[in-house]
Design a protein around this ligand. Structure first.
Ligand code: ZN
Length: 334
């Protein structure tokens, strides 16, 4: 009897799960890590900073990405092959440009709200999606000025705002409460571990058509000149990515219909200038992009070029719309 009941429970649970996720169409997940330098992404820890790290923490950083996921997806960047879309390597200008598909007039982190609709708002209205199908979770408060012209158009859990609409539940409130009781030493953000927990809970419960998870600890440790914790944060991001991909694989048809795009908003200065964005002519605008899942050709590291302005049309294309601007290379759903 116990076994029959257990089986019945498993069947009911999987049925309700399938009902939530099935037949909604293709999905896109955007995952950004703030201020991650291409050096660490591609090569691992550098010689210059080696002495700051215990021997066991030197070397490759994004181990699971390079050993497991890169060859099944596509990686752009290195040299001048992949760039941000804003004219300046600062977070808010870069996130705004990524979200609208071209550089905006924003030149610093206090330029204020977006004054045109973002890709999140436009895909929601073009596809007539319920609000809960387009969601953003962000550690840094600045994302409020980048992800939407009108934040009421999307579901969002951006620090310090609390997600209070119908998609929230006890577990979400508990995560947000823990986050507010355990704030980082820098201002304007919650710790990434809570943002990631919020995003993953939302993903599994609501199976959104577009989900954006935005993390920031990396940039904050960078600005503090704390190389060991910067590197540890990047290794944590590698684990988060691995966990996200594994979760999508466990989500059946929803996972198979999902494309994942991972990138950063800007790189960092070279050598000792790594603590800042430096803004020397070009290096901090050269970044990386990883894409995997539905519609991504498994090219591994690609020599093709692109930039953040390709992300908006790529999201539109993957969701079945017809973008007029150029999409990322190696993407095709035919
Ligand atoms: Zn920064």
């Amino acid at each position: 009897m116990q076994m029959v009941l257990t089986l019945l429970f498993v069947l009911m649970a999987s049925q309700s799960y399938a009902e939530v996720c099935e037949n909604k169409g293709p999905n896109v997940i955007l995952f950004t890590w703030d201020g991650v330098r291409s050096d660490e992404f591609f090569k691992g820890t550098g010689l210059l900073h080696s002495h700051q790290l215990p021997r066991s923490e030197r070397g490759k950083i994004f181990s699971s990405l390079w050993s497991k996921h890169a060859k099944e997806g596509m990686v752009l960047g290195g040299k001048d092959r992949y760039k941000i879309a804003s004219s300046i390597a600062i977070s808010l200008p870069s996130y705004q440009a990524l979200m609208v598909g071209h550089a905006t007039a924003c030149k610093n982190n206090s330029c204020g709200a977006l004054n045109e609709v973002s890709v999140l708002e436009s895909v929601r209205s073009s596809l007539d999606l319920p609000k809960k199908d387009v969601a953003v979770f962000a550690s840094w408060e600045g994302l409020s000025s980048a992800v939407a012209k009108d934040l009421n158009q999307i579901t969002h859990g951006i620090y310090p705002g609390l997600l209070t609409d119908s998609t929230s539940d006890e577990q979400m409130s508990d995560i947000q409460k823990r986050a507010m009781e355990d704030l980082p030493k820098w201002k304007g953000s919650r710790k990434d571990k809570y943002t990631f927990e919020l995003g993953m809970h939302y993903l599994k419960k609501h199976c959104p058509r577009v989900l954006y998870i935005s993390l920031v600890d990396s940039d904050e440790f960078g600005h503090e000149g704390d190389y060991p914790n910067y590197v540890r944060t990047l290794r944590q991001y590698d684990e988060y990515l691995d966990h996200l991909i594994k979760t999508l694989r466990e989500m059946g048809e929803y996972g198979r219909q999902t494309t994942l795009i991972v990138t950063t908003d800007h790189s960092r200065g070279a050598g000792p200038l790594w603590v800042g964005h430096a803004n020397t002519p070009d290096s901090e605008k050269n970044v990386f992009l990883y894409a995997g899942g539905r519609g991504v050709k498994p090219t591994g590291r690609s020599k093709e070029t692109g930039d953040h302005s390709n992300i908006r049309p790529t999201i539109e294309y993957l969701l079945g719309l017809r973008p007029t601007e150029k999409i990322l290379p190696n993407i095709s759903v035919d």
